[in-house]
Design a binder for this molecule. Structure first.
Ligand code: C2E
Ligand code: CA
Ligand code: CA
Length: 525
């Protein structure tokens, strides 16, 4: 159509010229040859006695009139042709734009998600190979937030250009899936090492400095790889697998790539199930306090219990703190668990001897949380549990992160009569700094000092006891077991240790198993 229009546009003057020449030719032929024959044939009088000048004037006049008669329709025709041409061009442009919009991402110019999914479906329907490298830019959100959206857009365009180059080098297609998520699509069965090389190259390319960004603001990329001939022939499953592999990289520190690995995925799903089960367990109070007795020395009379969390699972098994406390910490559920333990423990203890103490392990995040002391005090008031029978145990690690906040919180608890104990003393920082600056009332010597066959630690224990005496702090020795008999409890008592705790006096036990009356143990001597 365009060619036709263009050609007609060019030939219009030619057509005009040809018509003019024809008219002049015909008029000449008529005047000099045909007129006589025609008149004669019509039986009309014709003398043919004209001068050449007259004949030429006729030719000129008739040709001029014909020309004038031709020019006007030609101009109109020319206008019409040019208008049609303009409309046609506009239509073509619109058609191109529509195609562009339908198939390509408007910002980056890369193939868009729709075309990508269509290609994926077609290819997999024919059981032809597909390899996907799903690419998520690292730190892109920070670039957008810190440098504005126009810099963000320019960065995406540059990233797309680099990806297009890589795709061209390896006979692939670069796709923008949306936001800062891209994909390199390969429709041939590339080997693991080639795909690894492409992934490495892509990360290096996208991590190189970007124009318009300060060199400190490095981009990066995390990539997940899925292959139809190994992982799945289903388009959405394959894409999901690439996504899963990509998230594995995000979890393990970014700017890395992973192939989809079904075993890893199983483990991850199991972990997710565990997290879900644990958060339900906290809600449903399936995490319960167990109680381990603490005895006074030298009497070895039970003076209190340490609250130790246990997960009573629906299948009748019991989960230990080492298995679930770190997960709850990651999920931010330790405060909820602690609150529930305090509630259950105070209610259980209300049935016991009213001089017994309760001791609670407090995590690092909680001890530095400004709202912790008031919440604990409120809860104890609500449960009607006297402050001076309550203890909190904290580790030195918990203090290091935010010493000032810990200091404020511990002082407040101490001021209300709550005993503050430094747990696992001797294995962490054991800095005198912490002991003297913080409101610590009690030290719990870590059980590793009393391990079987490690009597060489006793001088160290003696030194800790001496120090605690000088600082007017009481001391609990942890991990006292049967094999320590007959000497250790007596030795500890003689050296000024106030309390002992360990399997010798009792393992952590459920509320129902805690002996109600005060219990004391026979003197070892
Ligand atoms: P921890 O505070 O040092 O608690 C003492 C741990 O030593 C307990 O393990 C206890 O069962 C064990 N133990 C007590 N006596 C002996 C003994 O004579 N020999 C040996 N070998 N072990 C003994 P458990 O209950 O598994 O708790 C482990 C850790 O989990 C605790 O160490 C504490 O750091 C943490 N934890 C337990 N419950 C809670 C809780 O409610 N909140 C927080 N934040 N942490 C908790
Ligand atoms: Ca403890
Ligand atoms: Ca301890």
């Amino acid at each position: 159509m365009t060619n036709l229009l263009r050609r007609s546009h060019i030939r219009l003057p030619l057509l005009l010229l040809a018509t003019l020449l024809t008219v002049v030719g015909l008029a000449t032929l008529w005047e000099f040859e045909l007129e006589g024959y025609a008149m004669h044939w019509l039986g009309l009088h014709y003398d043919g006695d004209f001068e050449d000048g007259e004949r030429l004037r006729f030719i000129l006049t008739s040709s001029s009139f014909s020309l004038i008669a031709l020019i006007v329709p030609s101009i109109v025709l020319k206008r019409m042709v040019s208008n049609t041409q303009k409309i046609h061009h506009r239509l073509l442009r619109l058609q191109l734009q529509t195609e562009q919009l339908a198939n390509f991402d408007p910002l980056s110019g890369l193939t868009n998600r729709r075309v990508f999914m269509e290609t994926l479906r077609k290819q997999l329907a024919q059981q032809a190979p597909v390899a996907l490298l799903l690419i998520d830019l690292d730190h892109f959100k920070a670039i957008n937030d810190e440098h504005g959206h126009s810099v963000g857009d320019a960065t995406l365009i540059e990233a797309a250009r680099r990806l297009q180059n890589i795709a061209n080098q390896h006979q692939g297609t670069a796709v923008r899936l949306g936001g800062d998520e891209f994909c390199l699509l390969f429709l041939d069965q590339k080997g693991q090492s080639e795909l690894s090389q492409i992934a490495q190259k892509t990360i290096a390319c996208l991590s190189a400095p970007m124009p318009g960004l300060p060199t400190s603001a490095r981009l990066g990329a995390t990539i997940g790889v899925a292959r139809s001939w190994i992982d799945s022939q289903d388009p959405s499953v394959l894409l999901h697998y690439a996504d899963t592999a990509m998230y594995r990289g995000k979890d393990s520190g970014r700017s890395t790539f992973n192939f989809y690995d079904s075993e890893y995925e199983q483990e991850r799903l199991a972990q997710q199930d565990l997290e879900l089960a644990l958060s339900r367990a906290v809600e449903r109070e399936e995490i319960v306090p167990f109680y381990q007795p603490i005895v006074a020395l030298p009497s070895q009379t039970v003076v209190g219990y340490e609250i130790l969390a246990r997960w009573m699972k629906a299948d009748g098994t019991m989960g230990m703190p080492a298995d679930f406390i770190p997960i709850l910490e990651r999920l931010g559920l330790i405060p909820d668990m602690t609150r529930s333990l305090v509630k259950q423990a105070c209610q259980a203890a209300s049935l016991w001897d009213d001089t017994l103490h309760l001791s609670l392990n407090v995590s690092a995040a909680m001890i530095t949380d400004e709202s912790f002391p008031d919440r604990l005090l409120d809860q104890l008031r609500q449960e009607n549990f006297p402050f001076d029978r309550f203890e909190v145990e904290i580790t030195e690690e918990a203090l290091v992160g935010n010493l000032e906040a810990a200091q404020r919180n511990l002082s407040k608890l101490h001021a209300y009569g709550i005993v503050v104990a430094l747990d696992d003393f001797g294995i962490g920082y054991s800095g005198l700094y912490h002991l003297t600056r913080l409101s610590i009332d009690k030290i719990k010597i870590d059980r590793s000092f009393f391990e079987a066959g490690k009597l060489e630690h006793l001088p160290m224990v003696e030194a800790i006891l001496g120090m605690a005496r000088s600082l007017k702090m009481s001391v609990t020795a942890e991990g006292i077991e049967n094999f320590h008999l007959p000497y250790l409890p007596a030795w500890l008592a003689q050296n000024g240790c106030h309390y002992a705790q360990g399997y010798l006096y009792g393992r952590p036990q459920a509320a129902g198993d805690v002996v109600l009356a005060r219990q004391s143990f026979p003197s070892p001597t």
